[in-house]
Design a binder for this molecule. Structure first.
Ligand SMILES: Nc1nc2c(ncn2[C@@H]2O[C@H](COP(=O)(O)OP(=O)(O)OP(=O)(O)O)[C@@H](O)[C@H]2O)c(=O)[nH]1
Ligand SMILES: [Mg+2]
Ligand SMILES: [Zn+2]
Length: 378
């Protein structure tokens, strides 16, 4: 199936059969700060919209009036230094409309948050998952998907950019109550201060609590493996069959990657929800102080290590190792912490190397052009 057309169609359907109806800017999550930015940066002559879907540098943008297929200007493409400079789902953009349903994006507004990861299979490259997200729903299904190491990865992505996380344990209809209670106990022993909500798309358990969490004008994003029920949840919350949902492979017990594109939809109750394709890898990119927040207990202990550059692996007088030995810090958490730290460092050096090479290449091209101009003058 052609993913490109499916993505676009789904979103359009979200605004009713007669096509998109008129919205208030706040319905899309617009704020006074964005308006101030728009005025200060002389963008008043352009329309403002929000990117609701993306496919290979073609964007579907929703404004209060309607929906537009948009491309970025050549200048934007030329000056972009990395994937992060391109629009992403959730972004606010200034656009020029030039025909029925067509537009050109001239500018991306500054983001208040951005969820990103190390792009799968592309060392040192970032993939933006969603922009301007208030809360991320980290979805793990309790039957096969439950994994605390992976949850800590998702948490770090959230903490890296100030997105507040909520853990959704899905498909709780598939296990009995005592098993669920045990899972929640294990989870909360390791991950503290993050709300956990058990839900079922079958029985609608947890739905009313979830709906109470969702506030008008705020943006939510679902992250998780394939097949955990993200799109099913979105369909139920929106009351419309917007996203295709899928089966689970009998042989592997894993989802079949039914959703292929990120999409943003508006919920009738207010609130904006972004669905994501299931992720196989949650690789660390530039995580800012994300690890510090996720592993706050380890970082607090590290201040008491004897050596300032302690690697917490073999040093004498290491407060972290001591805490692991006496059971204060879970061994699995400690191992995951070391692994993610290593990945972060690796990402940073690979990215620096990439940037260095790109700069060099840029210089070679510039020098060549200079010589070329000289040659022509003579
Ligand atoms: N038993 C049970 N099955 C569910 C539940 N939620 C979803 N499913 C089933 O799980 C399968 C996958 O659901 P999807 O909603 O497509 O999963 P997804 O997370 O969107 O998957 P990707 O789009 O591949 O990332 C479908 O067959 C759903 O019917 C649930 O709460 N309980
Ligand atoms: Mg899906
Ligand atoms: Zn130490």
């Amino acid at each position: 199936m052609d993913h490109d057309s499916t993505g676009a169609k789904n979103v359009t359907q979200g605004f009713g059969k007669k096509g998109p109806h008129r919205l208030k800017p706040e319905d899309l999550g617009y704020t006074g700060e964005l308006e101030k930015y728009r005025e200060e940066n002389h963008l008043l002559d352009l329309e403002t919209g929000r990117v609701v879907a993306e496919h290979r540098e073609r964007y579907l943008v929703r404004t209060t009036e309607g929906e537009y297929e948009a491309e970025i200007t050549g200048n934007m493409r030329y000056t972009a230094e990395s994937r992060e400079d391109f629009p992403a789902v959730g972004d606010w953009v200034a656009l020029q409309i030039y025909g029925p349903g067509s537009a050109i994006i001239h500018h991306v507004f500054p983001r208040f948050s951005v969820l990103k990861r190390q792009a799968a299979g592309k060392p040192g490259e970032i993939q933006v998952l969603a922009a301007n997200v208030d809360t991320a729903f980290l979805v793990q299904s309790v039957d096969r998907d439950f994994n605390l190491n992976r949850l800590e990865r998702y948490l770090t992505l959230c903490h890296a950019s100030g997105v507040s996380p909520v853990i959704l344990l899905s498909k709780v209809d598939l296990i009995d109550r005592s098993r669920l209670d045990e899972m929640i106990r294990i989870l909360q022993a390791r991950i503290t201060h993050v709300p956990v909500l058990p839900i079922s798309n079958e029985t609608q358990e947890g739905y009313s609590s979830l709906q109470k969490m969702i506030k008008k004008g705020k943006t939510y994003c679902m992250l998780g493996s394939s097949g955990v029920g993200k799109s099913t949840l979105l369909n139920h919350l929106s009351g419309k069959n917007l996203m295709r949902t899928g089966g689970i492979s009998r042989s592997t017990g894993k989802g079949r990657h039914v959703t292929s594109h990120r999409e943003l939809i508006l919920l009738d109750q207010g609130g904006i929800l972004i669905d994501n394709p299931g992720m196989r890898e949650v690789g660390m990119a530039d995580t800012g102080n994300g690890l510090e927040v996720t592993f706050d207990r380890i970082y607090a202990l590290a201040r008491h290590c004897r050596y300032r550059d302690c690697t917490h692996t073999r040093e004498a007088g290491c407060a972290v190792l001591r805490a692991v030995e006496n059971g204060e810090i879970d061994t699995a958490t400690y191992d995951n912490f070391l692994k993610m730290e290593k990945e972060k460092t690796h990402f940073e050096s690979t990215m620096a190397e990439r940037r260095r090479k790109e700069k060099m290449l840029g210089k070679i091209i510039r020098d060549y052009h200079k010589k070329d101009i000289k040659r022509k003058k003579h």
